[in-house]
Every structure is written in C-alpha cells, then in structure tokens.
Design a protein around this ligand. Structure first.
Ligand code: SAH
Length: 398
C-alpha cells in the first residue's frame, strides 16, 4: 500500500479524523472547496498548502485512561461522548508519545494503580499528556491524577525513565473535579524542569503543560512564515500580536518590526511568552495578560497606534468588542490567522464593511485527516475616502 494512503483501523469508532476515508489529495480539495464557498466572495483563495507526509504530525498527544472488563485501557474519547476507544497507535499522533502511553498503562498494572473512573470518581490516573519538541528532541510527560498523593512515585518515574530514557521531564497534574477538561489546577514537577523547549523559525520556545502551542510543528513554520511575509514588515512598524499564546508569532515578527506588543488571556502562556522573549534576547517586545477585547478597548481609548495587527483567535473568532476597537485603531494591515473558517468569514464580513479589503487568503493544512483547516488572511485599510463611505454603508446594514 502507498504509504501516503494509510487507513486507520479505529477510524469509524474514534471519529477524530472525520475525512480519513478520503485520499489525502481529495482531503485537500475538500478543504479548498469549503474555503472557496465561505471566503471566495472576499478574495481568490490560494491553493491550500498540504503536507508531504501527513502522518504522525501531532507533537501533543493526550490519552484517557479507564477500565473495561477488568483490564486497563487507554485511548481517545469517542467523538462527542465519554466512551474511551482503546488506541495504541494513532496515525496522526507522534509515535514515540504513543509508545510512552502504552508503557504507562503497563506500569499502572505492575504498580497496582487503578485508572480513574469518572462515574464513581475513584481511581488514580485520569489522563496522560505528552508534548514533544520535534526538533529539540525534548519530551514532557504529564500524568494527570485524581489526587496529589502518588504511591511509589519515585519508583514509578524511574521505571518509566528506564524504559524511555529520552523523556526529559515528568510532571504530575492533579484534577479531582467532575469535568471533561483534562488538566486541573495543581501541577508538581516530578523530574526535570517541568517544561520542554522547541525550535521554530530559528527561535527557541518554552512550552509548559498548560500553555497553547501549535500541534503540527512542520506546518506551523509554513503558516508563520506566510503570516510574517504578509505583514510586510520593514523594521519601522509597531505591531500588535493579539491572542499571542506563548509569544511565538510576535517574537518571530520582532526581528523585522520596531516594537511588538503581545496580548493573551492564559497566565501560563504569558509567563512562557516573557521567558521566550528573554531566551531569544528579544528586547523590543512586551506582553500583557488580558482579554484581547478589553485590551483593545483600553488601547482605543488611549488612542494608541499600531501599524500591523496580527491576530490568531481561538475557534470562536474575535469578539465584536475586539473587532470594533480594531477598526477604531485602524492599523494599515491586519493579518488574521484562523483555525475556523466559519468565524473567519463572519469576522471578515465585519472588517470589509468597516474599511478593510482582503488582499490574500492562504490556507495551510495543519490538521490532515480531520476536517479542520487553518487560514491566514491579509487585510489592508482602504484609502480614507472610500473607507468613510463604506463605514456609512456598513452602518445602514447593521
Ligand atoms: N498565536 C498563538 C496562540 C494561538 S491560539 C500561537 O500561534 O501559538 C489562541 C490563543 O488565544 C490561546 O493561547 C488562548 O489562550 C488565547 N485566548 C483565548 N481567548 C482569549 C481572549 N479572550 N483574549 C486573549 N487571548 C485569548
């Protein structure tokens, strides 16, 4: 069988890879057509950039633990349910991470530790989360447990390490709530420094257990390079990196900008972002922990000026508050990175009615075999007269 057309044996039960039944080529056209339908009215949609080897691309792997017929199982939740589908080998996950998860499962049995049962709320291990730096080689294992007390903790960690010496850090996270969220509030480092580092676009980034980091590093480089390219920086710009996560895009952009400001809601990500700026000796960047919408309101009130706004919101897209203030701040350029074309289309509809025009739409396939697609869009402020006219027309339609 052609390596590019591997079929997943868990496909029907798992449901995570919604379009695994299509060849990779067809998957790309499926996404292309979807994007043309949603975004085609704003601009020509460039051809989606696919992956050369669209397998085992995920650097972050999560497994739920449970019990079936007296046996410990680990795997993924069936789409929209709480049923665990046992999976030892996922076609999109990092293979080393999958091996480590199988080892943890075997160790649980030999250490007589029980997996957590979310009905009785009894048992010890709930999830295992693994993050791997593909280029740095660093591996973090997060053991999500229902309690802080970890019986035979050091023997367990040693046993894990003797089987996988490539693990660089092991962390315990405690989640004792009735919740579908994987991670709880408390984290304790059992081995190493509690985070990994990874290289991306020539910079080094710290990734801690809770902070967001793109899951497909190969395509992330493609995406970020496109985004920075579209920002058209010359070294004189004041740039805002909104929804900045651990500061990746802003730090990469900082080389070509005068100053960069990053805003992000997750405190762990902001901490990482500050460390990342230091790690890369970047001095012209500042990070703020805030809701991006609220931050924009304050910036608009203070009459701040940004030449370029790079925004990378979560699936829900940007809030209306954010968009309104963005228009008020009127940066010359907006680079919108989106993981959800539906909310992207909604937000583009607003921005194009408020004085912006779309100059480029570039999709990147960050999530092969799933229906998800990442898109980067470049918008430019229209000349002033036309902008005011458009604003007026836009208001009539609101
Ligand atoms: N640009 C980053 C992160 C993008 S993911 C990267 O490429 O790595 C979206 C980020 O938005 C997440 O880090 C999430 O914590 C953050 N976020 C979600 N809602 C937010 C809000 N209301 N205000 C600011 N940041 C938010």
């Amino acid at each position: 069988m052609n390596k590019e057309e591997l079929k997943c044996p868990y496909r029907k039960k798992c449901g995570g890879c919604q379009i695994q039944n299509l060849t990779y080529e067809k998957q790309l056209s499926f996404k292309q057509v979807k994007l043309i339908k949603l975004l085609g009215k704003y601009h020509h949609v460039n051809e989606i950039i696919g992956m050369e080897h669209p397998y085992h691309y995920r650097n972050k792997v999560q497994a739920a633990f449970g019990e079936r017929k007296g046996e410990i199982i680990s795997g993924v939740y069936q789409s929209s349910t709480h049923t665990i589908i046992p999976v030892d080998n996922c076609l999109i996950e990092d293979e080393k991470a999958d091996e480590i998860i199988v080892t943890v499962r075997k160790l649980l049995k030999s250490f007589k530790l029980r997996p957590f049962n979310d009905v009785t709320m009894k048992g010890f291990l709930r999830h295992v989360l693994i993050k791997r730096g593909f280029s740095s080689g660093e591996i973090m294992v997060v053991l999500v447990t229902s309690q802080m007390e970890f019986p035979k903790e050091s023997q367990f960690v040693n046993a894990l390490l003797s089987r996988h010496p490539e693990i660089t850090t092991v962390v315990q996270n405690v989640n004792n709530k009735r919740t579908s969220l994987v991670l709880g509030d408390e984290t304790r480092v059992l081995l190493g420094n509690g985070y990994i580092e990874e290289d991306l676009c020539g910079f080094r980034f710290r990734i801690s257990p809770k902070a967001f980091y793109q899951v497909n590093p190969t395509q992330t480089e493609v995406l970020y390079n496109k985004a920075i390219d579209l920002a058209g920086l010359t070294g004189n710009e004041r740039v805002l990196d909104a929804y900045c996560g651990t500061g990746t895009i802003g730090i990469i952009a900082s080389q070509k900008a005068k100053t960069v400001v990053g805003v992000e809601l997750n405190p762990d990500a902001v901490k990482d972002a500050k460390v990342n700026a230091e790690l890369n000796c970047v001095k012209n960047i500042e990070f703020f922990e805030d809701d991006a919408g609220k931050f924009m309101v304050k910036a608009a009130r203070k009459g701040e000026k940004y030449d370029v706004v790079i925004m990378d919101p979560p699936r829900a897209g940007a809030s209306l508050e954010f968009l309104r203030c963005l228009v008020e701040l009127s940066p010359e350029k907006i680079v919108y990175i989106s993981c959800n074309p539906e909310t992207l289309a909604r937000d583009l509809s607003f921005l194009t009615r408020k004085g912006y025009r779309v100059r480029k739409i570039q999709p990147v396939d960050m999530f092969p075999h799933t229906e998800h697609v990442e898109t980067v869009v470049n918008l430019e402020l229209k000349p002033d007269l036309e902008k005011r006219f458009r604003e007026h027309i836009g208001d009539l339609y609101e």
